[in-house]
Design a protein around this ligand. Structure first.
Ligand code: ADP
Ligand code: MG
Length: 683
């Protein structure tokens, strides 16, 4: 039997069971071995029946006294009476007609499960083992419980795993010997024995540590390879970070740059003077002023006579970048241009032409920029705004628009917890803006019950009179009666009734782009004072005069998302206030989460909490990042292992990029991660 043998060819697994296993992602014998138990039952200490307590998990060694079968309301029911020296009890199976008549008086059983009470003490659908047929049973007293799928029984998976462990010829070792010794990790076969057939609980941890390390090692190896492939071969254009345009721009800015902004501009400047392409992640909390930093980088390309592009995840945002800076940029002699999907075909055509001929040197846009038919004359620098909204593939696609390798700056306003930065973006250098621009007034966040909406609206009206502007954010567009969510439309109507239709506007994702642009720009200019919206304004929108945000049903949003929303206000010199209107009767967890949010301004603290609550998968999004899912390791729990694995993997790939001296690693990557290699473009 070979690792790549399909499970279907295992004895006892026909096409039917194979199909069910496939639902669990198990196709080969090797997959089966990496399908790990989700928990274990320690059967090494059976207790007397009489000493067990109702509600407890317990394991008993018993003798069968008698058995009955009947049809109950819950389906066929097999009931046996069992006893040990101390007492008697019933053991019951629902929906296991196959067990009918299968227990003989006098037979010795081990049963393990929760003790319940129904007329008398009993156990329902416990795990059981026939001890007469398994004289060596107590040699393996720890019972693995596997994650299952419909139509697949625990024993089937267990039996199959056992068979593979017995019959597999070899499973090639995947980790270099030196690493195994240094971290005291068992070999691959040993580790699998430990987790599938532990003789004592301590073995499980040993085996798991090895398998987790292995998974993280390959995860990081792929990231290291991605980094290398980005840097390989082709060179970048050295740019001119202190050229005429940049100087003019800095002079034209209506504000002083913060120390952090200057620091990051210098870091980027140092990167892009070089022929080594830059790969930098710029992290900075919402409102910390990342855009000007990016513009400086783009201007350095323009100063060198090349082109730069900035890709934003939404049209609203791309338009804002462009509209917001167009005048300043043109005044200093740069040639900005906007390219989005919603432009008329003819306009698009014209603008593509300008890009191709080099008539524009700073191109702003959405993923329209990465469409096939967009050709740059001389793209030397790429900025990806709100990076977490894009996949690696899109990032790579834009970078491939250039003959030479462009410098790449990715920016994220969602503070990414350090752990994730290291693991997902281990291939990027990181710059951080911590400081907020000076002169920003205070921002407060407050929780209120929906019942107080009337009062909040009245307060809103007062503030509008004083010249404030407000966002009102709602989770859904159409009213869903079932969920009783206040929809954006309904809220809009309410506010129109109060304030008149000249003062309120509505923005949502299903609007035509022109309508949306119009609404946004009216709000920006102050022609309307209240912008009711769905979460389309979540990222990047910048209207410094807006000072009020009311969020309906805040419990429907994640912490990071709430923080993004709140980041829309507190950008100007007037104090601002965010009010979360929550329904009554929220779960304690939900209230706790919202309270934490209201009391925490630090985006990184919120991100860490979000990570703790929702796990990394949710945060990084299900988007195509090209990296394999982690099935065994957990980035949070296994932080230390992750750090070690990252160090080891990066070191190996640095010293031996072709993996010539590491045939195990090279073979494993090709065998297990062919798909990732392709997605990451490092195949
Ligand atoms: P983000 O980092 O969230 O993308 P922006 O780049 O949109 O933030 O900046 C937020 C606002 O702060 C913008 O209006 C921007 O012009 C302004 N800004 C940026 N840097 C400074 C600064 N040093 N002083 C004052 N205002 C600044
Ligand atoms: Mg931004």
């Amino acid at each position: 039997m070979k690792p790549e043998t399909p499970v279907q060819y295992l004895k006892g697994i026909g096409p039917k069971r194979a199909a069910r296993l496939s639902k669990l992602g198990i196709n080969t014998v090797e997959d089966l071995l990496f399908h790990l138990p989700s928990r274990y039952i320690d059967r090494s200490n059976p207790v007397p029946i009489a000493s067990a307590q109702i509600g407890q998990e317990a394991t008993f060694v018993v003798k069968v006294m008698g058995s009955t079968f009947r049809r109950s309301r819950r389906g066929p029911l097999v009931q046996i009476l069992v006893a040990d020296e101390s007492a008697q009890m019933y053991v019951v199976w629902f929906n296991r007609p196959d067990l009918r008549g299968k227990f003989k008086p006098g037979e010795k059983l081990l049963v393990s499960g929760q003790v319940t009470f129904y007329d008398q003490m009993q156990m329902v659908n416990p795990f059981f083992e026939r001890l007469d047929a398994n004289p060596d049973f107590f040699e393996r007293p720890i019972f693995p419980v596997y994650p299952l799928t419909e139509g697949l029984a625990a024993w089937e998976v267990r039996r199959a795993a056992n068979r593979v462990l017995d019959e597999l010829d070899e499973l090639p070792e995947t980790i270099p010997l030196e690493i195994m010794q240094r971290h005291e990790l068992p070999g691959i076969m040993q580790a699998l024995q430990y987790v599938h057939r532990p003789r004592e609980m301590a073995e499980i941890e040993k085996g798991l540590a090895r398998l987790r390390y292995e998974e993280l090692f390959y995860f990081e190896a792929l990231i290291a390879m991605r980094r290398r492939s980005l840097e390989e071969g082709v060179e970048a254009e050295p740019l001119a970070p202190e050229g005429k345009l940049t100087k003019g721009f800095l002079k034209a800015l209506p504000f002083e740059l913060t120390r952090d902004q200057l620091k990051v501009i210098a870091e980027i400047g140092a990167d892009i003077c070089d022929k080594n392409p830059m790969h930098r992640l710029l992290q900075g909390d919402v409102g910390s002023g990342k855009t000007v930093v990016a513009l400086c980088a783009m201007l350095a390309a323009a100063d060198a006579g090349r082109q730069a592009a900035m890709m934003a995840p939404t049209e609203i945002l791309a338009e804002q970048h462009y509209q917001g800076w167009k005048k300043t940029l043109e005044a200093i002699g740069a040639r900005p241009l906007l390219l989005t999907g919603s432009l008329k075909n003819k306009e698009k055509e014209e603008r593509r032409e300008m890009i191709a001929r080099g008539k524009a040197d700073m191109v702003f846009g959405t993923h329209a920029l990465i469409e096939e038919n967009v050709e740059f004359r001389d793209l030397a620098l790429v900025v990806v705004d709100e990076q977490h909204r894009f996949g690696v593939m899109q990032r790579a696609a834009l970078a491939s628009k250039s003959e030479v390798r462009p410098h790449v700056l990715v920016m994220s306003a969602t503070p990414i917890p350090r752990t994730l930065t290291l693991s997902y973006y281990g291939d990027l250098d990181v710059s951080v803006i911590k400081q907020k621009p000076k002169g920003r007034a205070e921002r407060t966040t407050e929780l209120a019950y929906e019942g107080r909406k009337e009062g909040v609206y009245r307060w809103l009206e007062e503030r509008l009179k004083e010249g404030d502007r407000a966002y009102v954010v709602c989770p859904l567009i159409e009213e869903s009666e079932k969920l009783e969510l206040s929809s954006a439309k309904e809220t809009f109507d309410e506010l129109v009734e109060r304030l008149g239709d000249q003062r309120v506007t509505l923005v949502h994702g299903r609007m035509k782009p022109q309508e949306r642009q119009l609404a946004m720009s009216r709000f920006r200019k102050g022609e309307v004072e209240v912008l009711v919206s769905t979460t389309v304004i979540e990222v990047g929108v910048d209207v410094p005069q807006a000072t009020i945000m009311i969020i309906m049903h805040p419990e429907r949003f994640g912490l990071a998302q709430l923080h993004q929303l709140r980041g829309r206000i507190g950008r100007g010199q007037r104090p601002s206030r965010c009010v979360l209107l929550m329904p009554r009767g929220l779960s304690p967890e939900a209230s706790q989460r919202l309270t934490f949010f209201a009391n925490t301004e630090d985006g990184f603290a919120l991100a860490e909490e979000d990570l703790r609550i929702r796990g990394p998968g949710q945060i990084m999004g299900r988007r195509q990042h090209g990296l394999p899912d982690l099935r065994i390791a957990d980035l949070l729990r296994d932080r230390d292992l992750l750090m070690a694995a990252q160090k080891d993997a990066f070191k190996i790939l640095k010293e031996d990029p072709e993996l010539k001296k590491h045939p195990r690693v090279s073979a494993t990557i090709r065998r297990r991660h062919a798909q990732s290699l392709e997605l990451l473009g490092v195949a």
